[in-house]
Design a protein. Sequence first.
Length: 526
Amino acid sequence: MLEKMKPSRWTARRNGISGIGQSRLQVKTAVKIQTKAFPDRMRKLHKATEAMAGKGKIQVSVRHLQQGQLDDLMVKTGLPEEEIHSLYLSFTRYDIDDSGYLDRAEVRQVLCDLGLQPRGCEEKVEVHEIICDSDSEGLRHHNFDEFVFMVKAVRERLQQIQLGECMLLFEDADIDGNMSLSIKEVMDILARRLHMIPRTPDEIHEVSAIFQTCDVNGDNNLGFEEFQEFIQKARAKMMMLRREEELTIAKAFVLHPDIVTEFRMDLPQLWAVFGRYDRRGQSMVSRPDLFGLLIDVGICPVKTQAVCEQFLEANLVNMPTAREETDFPKVLKMVHELRTQAKMRACDDLLDRFHTYDRHKLGQLHYSDVYQILADFKMLPKSREEQHGIVTVIERLDTDGSGSFDFEEFQDFFQRLTEQVQMTEREQERQMILAMGFTENHLHVLRNTFFSLNPSPLNGKIQQIGLVSAVSRTRDVLCPNGVDEPSVREITRTAQQAPDKGISFQEFAQSLRSMNATKEDDAGDD
């Protein structure tokens, strides 16, 4: 009987990296070690792997650029090889039929993915002209060479337009007048002025890496030219990362193209709200939680729970999407249907307003009329966040950069703005409650209890006597380890002394928080 031969080292190694059994653990350990030792190299490898296989294990078609074409583009454009390869990957992602061409709508989508989305009227007009000029044959589609030159031209033109804005940002942040900004000052600009604070570890890493790249002399400060380069690169990178996030969500749920078109820029925010109500972690929301979710995303036009439920019940009863448990795509369809119904209900009133503001009877309104419209509807922004929300809505709707809108665009503007204002209010309310030390579950209980006490439709306040019943209904959830009885007696006494006094949701939550205040203080002292 022949002795069993020992496998060769090559065969053993091949089996060792196959990802099966113990070897899988070894591979994962090796990846962790390499990631810790060479984070940038491994991040680049991870991105390349995603490009080949697709996020979420979605296989994508991969094509390669011919070396001759690559060398020619590097000479003509001055762009590095890595960037041209990256542009080719973005180009082929949208060239579904492998024709070698993208139409204008696809080109605009790719520009957005590259972080080159125009934001103001002037930027949109300039980008539109560049797209038209790059279509040398007038066929309304673009090959890859034309696309590369177009991207380069758009990037340079946007940098010229944004020069004045960057100068104002720089001077405003340079308080000590030393003509340089630290990373803390730069991050403050991103958060306070550009509303682009990094939200994820990837975004923080990319912004920090861009700062180091732009800091040519390595003094951890940016001069004006370095700052201008940083703003353009950081804005482009963060927009690109967020567009990838939107595309990932759309692919993960195989969303219909029409739904993607309507919600694409809102998908991360809507998905985050959905996740807060997905209590079992199964990507499903129960019917009771559906009310809170739809209110949080701004689709419900009132503040009181009773009227909210009547509104939603009346609109959801005939919807095939309204079931005991609802997944994310069905929530999006539901929001679409409720949004359409809301526009139809407000159509006549908005049409009268439209004709009133259309003084020249051209069938169009200019964006300079926006603040007058908001004042008439008592929707003027009360904070920097609300003002930024209005600007965002305008930029999303003004796709052609005309600076004006017809009646259909006016309807969309008013509906989206209403949603944006209400969503901002609910988010501010949520942040306030979390800052008090409550959890998401506590917030859910507090809201349900508060709304069940029939807030006034005029000011959204409840009578203070409602605190007495609220204490007994929430104490087990808010204080599972027991309550501070003296605080409970104080809440009851105060409520009985002025039972008809109106209190807001913030005052309501603050009062109930005191039930556990003494115990928290004792724990802190210990």
